[in-house]
Design a protein around this ligand. Sequence first.
Ligand SMILES: Cc1cc2nc3c(=O)[nH]c(=O)nc-3n(C[C@H](O)[C@H](O)[C@H](O)COP(=O)(O)O)c2cc1C
Length: 424
Amino acid sequence: MFHLGWFGTTGPVNWLSPSGTMYDWRKPEIFQDVAKLCERAKMDFVMFADSVAIPSLFCGSTDYYVKNGFMIYHDPVPTCAWMAAATQRIGLASTLSCTFYPPYLLARLLGTMDHLSSGRIAWNVVTSTKGGENFGMEMPEHDERYDMADEYLELCRQLWDSWDPNAVIMDRASGVFADPSKVKTIDFKGKHYQCRGPLNVVSSPQKHPVIIMAGTSPRGQRFAVQNADMVIAHKNSVADMKTYSSQLRGKTADAGRDPKSLKISYAIKPVMGDSPAEAEDKWHKHLANGDVDLGLADLSNTLMYDMSQFDLDKPLPKDLKVQGIVGKLLQYTQSQGHMTLREIAKHESLKETFPIHGTPEQIADVLEHAWREGGADGFHFRQMLQDYNYLVEITTKLIPVLQKRGLVRKEYSGTMLREHLFEF
Ligand SMILES: Cc1cc2nc3c(=O)[nH]c(=O)nc-3n(C[C@H](O)[C@H](O)[C@H](O)COP(=O)(O)O)c2cc1C
């Protein structure tokens, strides 16, 4: 079987969609209802992308992003807390930047969330490509950000392990809360971080939150092999998935890890119709909705490069150097090098990665093929979280077909996210 997740943002992306009249995105209800529906569909997780700054690259200002409510977000962690309060099994993943959060506070925050959610928390580790201006700091270079992140994760692991799982006694007769011999200082002295410990949050149900990351560059992949339980990636074809999966599994094995201990999830956003004709029609309407300016603003943010200076009707320069998501640039200059910037911008504005459209049966065929041939462990729907109507369609039409074929779970066997992810 393969895994399914829901990937989105905590921002005002639904206010113009039909569900925008039903929900106020600033309030918890939309997030709780999305979590409940993903849980009813027996998905593994709901995940939030995040960023700590309104970009100012596209056309040299924040105007486009503010005017369009783009890159405006609630903090994902309290949002996940509200969702955890309304659910029992669904995993909840927050994106948090290890470049800006002090490691002790992040370890404490996620340890607490893991307790409050009974072991359903994941952390999408990002090194952030921007935002230093909000913390009075220069952004470290791309690969140095990963060097710091390696040390950061090691420190967090030592903090989460500073309490033995059996340290807490809570013996009411003797009044002893915990056994000090099972709680240790860590005296971590690294190149970037120092920390005495122990953590003042006791060992949590999963001990460590599930670690997710999305690096696609060679350095990003090395970080994944050393630290991640799951990688999320954007690939435009089964062939690209196959290349990336075998590359990453090869590196995982070379690092002495069981290749199956690192799950790989690919982004999808199927456009569905009740008949092939309806699906075709919806697909063309979907493509026609591509918004070049939105795509350019998104790409300028992702690549950390103002795209407004390039000719829209030419491909991106093959020798372009960017500080942002190198993997995103490679996606367009390597496998899709023929696409013009206008086509790329439309593709990005539609959040398209692996284009799929058809009836639920046809989409199930495509996913089954991508799973078997692409080396995927699962897929995450990359649709704007609050588009409730799309979620209803996916959970009431597509997932029942996948369950009937035995391709995805019908019932949870575990209660914690790590149990869901490593159930198969
Ligand atoms: C599927 C996916 C989701 C991502 N989500 C976020 C995010 O929410 N916030 C963020 O700052 N970066 C996000 N990124 C960027 C990555 O964390 C990482 O910084 C980027 O992929 C650069 O890695 P690379 O240079 O190794 O390719 C995402 C990337 C991918 C592929």
